[in-house]
Design a protein around this ligand. Sequence first.
Ligand code: PMV
Length: 343
Amino acid sequence: MSEPITAHWHAPSNIAIVKYWGKFHNQIPANPSISFTLTLSYTDTKVTLTEAKEQLPTADVFYEGVEKPDFLPKVLKFLDHAMAFYPWLASKHLKIETRNTFPHSSGIASSASAIAALACCIEDIHSLLTFTPFDRQRVSHMARLGSGSACRSIYGGFVQWGSTADGAGSDHFAIPVEQVHTAFLDVKDYILILHSGKKTVSSSAGHGLMKDHSYAEPRFQQAKQRALALRDILTSGDWEMFIRLMESEALTLHAMMMTSDPPYILMKPNTLAVIEKLWQFRSDTGYQIGFTLDAGANLHLIFPASLTHIVERDFLPEIQYLCEQNRIIRDCIGDGPRKITEG
Ligand code: PMV
């Protein structure tokens, strides 16, 4: 290889309905999780590969055009894992140019889309170098080693990571959920930006605190049952059951944080204010509009596309002032990563 090789991908973030919270060595999840992949919240990454003299891969990372040496340790650690799949990475230099369409470190899974986009670029270069087809399962497997939730961003639609009691899924990579009722094919996720500042406790630290957590075992058992229950709900198309399970998962995730040792709280007063207004709105109108939370303060409003005009006309005016600069990302379920062809 004498000429530089480039690969350019967009990979979306995802939002978990059944949450992954707690892990074992090598990013093996303590319980299965099920998410759906987003459309507008994505990372755009371009990798330019050149020859280098070192025995291990080297890299430069540019975020929105600015060099970011502080991103390097995580990237190099990931490349170290990736060498198990792509031995040619040794003695290569990667120039990584990346940007997000949404604020990072704010409880929208930016590591999921960032690692997914980088993994897609590396697999794409691999298929160019070896004349082999792009292998999504390998990408998902590799992405998991960088950030657990990233392995789900490799597929579109609803995605399961972690094995369930019925023998479906794998702890090593994600798989698409095949049987999804039409009622869930056009799900909206309006992300209310209630707090865009950096989180006080990272997800890695949060997973770590599950190790000696008093409620860890019952929580893992609950999530195992809920992954199965959610798959049934997705097949049946029952939005009421979907919302009940989704909201309990979000609150359980945050309850785990509040009952960790030391405890911590990632929700903000406006998170609770929106939840109260949503519950009131739902009880007044009966509309199936629910919420979930990631590991952060921002609230994801989840509803079928058929209710978009109701949300826009009747609910957002009640709560938009609680968002930072009225900011809402009007996202929806999407098809997964996309290769960008230049020119
Ligand atoms: O993939 P990580 O290590 O950033 O953990 C993500 C954990 C949650 O976003 C809170 C839940 C999930 O399943 O995505």
